[in-house]
Design a protein. Structure first.
Length: 192
């Protein structure tokens, strides 16, 4: 019978609560062979928890490594793209603002005239860009700008913190949130 000593050693290590990876570091067999040897070996609850904890830690470590790699790649992409982009001309700046409003702004309806400029988005850079566009292209005065906040009702307890964040992001002295709308949680999706 080949590998009897290795099999006994693998079973003993498993009973001690070792993971397959830890056992394979000691016993030189294929993972499939190890799986066959250990399929009927029971381990204590504490040992199962140790293995589960190790798996979760490995998943977390892998996730953090992938995130870090993604951030490094994004930084590299932004740096390379930044070299290819020159400052916007006055016309390009005007067009960018118009396109943003077209995509994210409320449009006046034929049946309801007098709509003010209303722009909604959650991207801080986009909001800063649009505020700058309002100031420089349309020459809207800071005092004539009103801001509102849409926040999920689950974050009501953080309202002051969220308001402070957005007021800082907007970057207008004496700006204030005119009103806050709380979005309710509605998990139902109805398709027709």
């Amino acid at each position: 019978m080949p590998k009897i000593a290795e099999r006994k050693r693998a079973i003993q290590l498993r009973k001690e609560g070792k993971t397959y990876a830890e056992i394979l570091d000691v016993v030189e067999v294929s993972k499939s062979t190890l799986s066959v040897w250990l399929r009927s070996v029971g381990i204590a609850k504490a040992q199962k928890q140790r293995i589960t904890d190790k798996k979760l830690a490995a998943q977390k470590k892998g996730g953090l490594a992938r995130r870090e790699m993604r951030l490094v790649n994004m930084k590299d992409i932004f740096m390379k793209a930044g070299k290819d982009i020159s400052p916007l001309s006055a016309r390009e700046f005007w067009l960018c603002g118009v396109m943003l409003y077209w995509a994210e702004g409320c449009k006046e309806k034929m049946y309801r005239g007098g709509q003010s400029v209303d722009f909604g988005n959650t991207d801080p850079e986009m909001i800063k860009f649009f505020v700058k566009w309002l100031r420089e292209v349309l020459e809207v005065k800071d005092a004539d700008m009103n801001f509102s906040l849409y926040i999920h009702e689950n974050n009501m307890y953080r309202l002051k913190e969220v308001e402070a964040y957005w007021l800082k992001t907007i970057g207008i002295k004496n700006a204030r949130i005119a009103y806050t709308c709380f979005k309710s949680h509605n998990p139902k999706t109805e398709c027709q």
